[in-house]
Design a binder for this molecule. Structure first.
Ligand SMILES: *Cc1c(COP(=O)(O)O)cnc(C)c1O
Ligand SMILES: [Zn+2]
Length: 397
């Protein structure tokens, strides 16, 4: 194990642990997922949260996700690859009050992150940790935003990036990868097909793969959204959090963050109800949740304007479903037409051009408000995961 007292961040990282079988892994070497007897679970970074840590440390910290560095996995400060990702604003619904009467509804707006999405958090963390571990080439399958983020962070870190993306992704997602100097492979298929090709390439060329939740540190970047929600709500968590769920990294990460904050004594045991929102095109989590199942089927209904949600099966489906149930949350799917309408409704009334993935949350919120699932007085956070500017090719104005 790398000594935490050496130089640097003060990271309290201990090791990686499998939430399914309990196996532990040395975090000072590269890891992927749990390789114990066909377990195949995502691994979770574990931290020493027993020694006290005062909230006052945050006072002079940067306004980025790195303000929580004790609870992040990078040990040497020189390995942090940053462009100011994270600490994104909380923005209340200002004009569409006819839908929010009796509730406080806020966007956690991720659109201003480098490369225009919250993927900057997960990829920024994974690239930083890869740099620390001496990795030279990183490969990933992507539905769009992860590829652009990887290309950018790899460029900054001096690491080579290889990106596999479905051909049906809007052009801007491809152009940005090439502009940042990544090798881009366009695939006639979905992200699952891209994932297989990345695995083959990795076996052949020795690339390090950072597929969603098959690499442990993207989760650590995305969990910082949970730290921020807690801090920005003055350590009183909101009642409901809506999350557009593809691979589910952010949903799992936010939940993990709350757990860590409770162990530190920074928050109590109250948790929000977590709502997973999917595209009707890929709604395996919704179907499994409604059917009472503990794992999801492979579902791919083809093209959706929310390319970040075209994930036929999450590698961590069981963990997502458990979070939804533990939190007393729910799951629902939204059509492309509804997302398109919501992009326009939010743009012209709220002045924000949000991603279709974020727009799906607005429709889901309105449905759960109308059905009474959201009660008067409850506070609600909608995580707008990306900028709408990258999706204009597929938005009908
Ligand atoms: C990747 C992506 C998602 C899905 O994120 P997960 O954490 O993998 O579920 C949602 N929205 C946008 C804009 C994305 O790029
Ligand atoms: Zn395991």
């Amino acid at each position: 194990m790398i000594s935490n007292t050496a130089v640097g961040t003060g990271s309290r990282l201990i090791n990686l642990k499998c939430p399914a079988c309990g196996a532990e892994y040395d975090a000072s070497v590269p890891n992927t997922f749990c390789k114990t007897d066909g377990c195949n679970s995502t691994l979770f970074a574990q931290y020493d949260l027993g020694q006290p840590l005062e909230k006052a440390i945050l006072k002079d910290r940067p306004t980025s996700m790195w303000r929580y560095r004790e609870l992040l996995p990078v040990i040497g400060e020189e390995n942090i690859v940053t462009m100011g990702e994270g600490f994104t604003p909380i923005i209340p619904i200002e004009n569409l009050k006819q839908f929010t009467l009796g509730n406080d509804v806020y966007w956690k707006n991720e659109a201003g992150n480098p490369t225009g999405s919250f993927k900057a958090r997960g990829i920024g963390m994974a690239v930083s940790k890869a740099k620390e571990l001496g990795i030279e080439t990183i490969a990933t399958p992507t539905a769009g935003n992860a590829g652009g983020a990887l290309a950018a962070y790899a460029a900054r870190a001096g690491i080579k990036a290889v990106v596999y993306m479905p051909k049906l992704t809007p052009q801007v997602f491809k152009d940005e990868c090439r502009l940042y100097g990544a090798e881009l492979v366009e695939v006639d298929g979905n992200i699952a097909d891209c994932g297989k090709l990345v695995a083959d390439g990795a076996a052949e060329h020795g690339w390090f793969q950072i597929s969603t939740l098959k690499e442990p540190y993207r989760l650590e970047g995305k969990k910082t959204m949970g730290f921020e929600i807690a801090e920005q709500f003055n350590w009183q968590l909101p009642d409901v959090v809506f999350y557009p769920t593809g691979g589910g990294t952010g949903l799992i990460g936010i939940w993990k963050a709350f757990d860590e904050l409770e162990q530190l004594g920074w928050i109590g045991s109250k948790r929000p109800r977590m709502v997973a929102v999917q595209s009707e095109s890929c709604n395996g989590i919704v179907t499994a949740f409604d059917g009472g199942q503990s794992s999801a089927e492979f579902v791919d209904g083809g093209f959706t304007i929310a390319n970040g949600l075209r994930v036929p099966k999450s590698f961590a489906d069981k963990v997502i479903l458990k979070v939804l149930r533990d939190s007393k949350g729910t799951a629902l799917s939204i059509s492309d037409a509804e997302m398109n309408a919501a992009v326009k409704e939010i743009a012209r009334n709220e002045g924000m051009l949000i991603a279709p993935e974020g727009a799906a949350l607005w429709q889901a919120y309105k449905k759960l408000k109308a059905s009474g699932w959201i009660q008067p007085g409850e506070s609600v956070v909608l995580v707008n995961t990306g900028s709408g500017y990258k999706y204009l090719e597929n938005i009908t104005i």
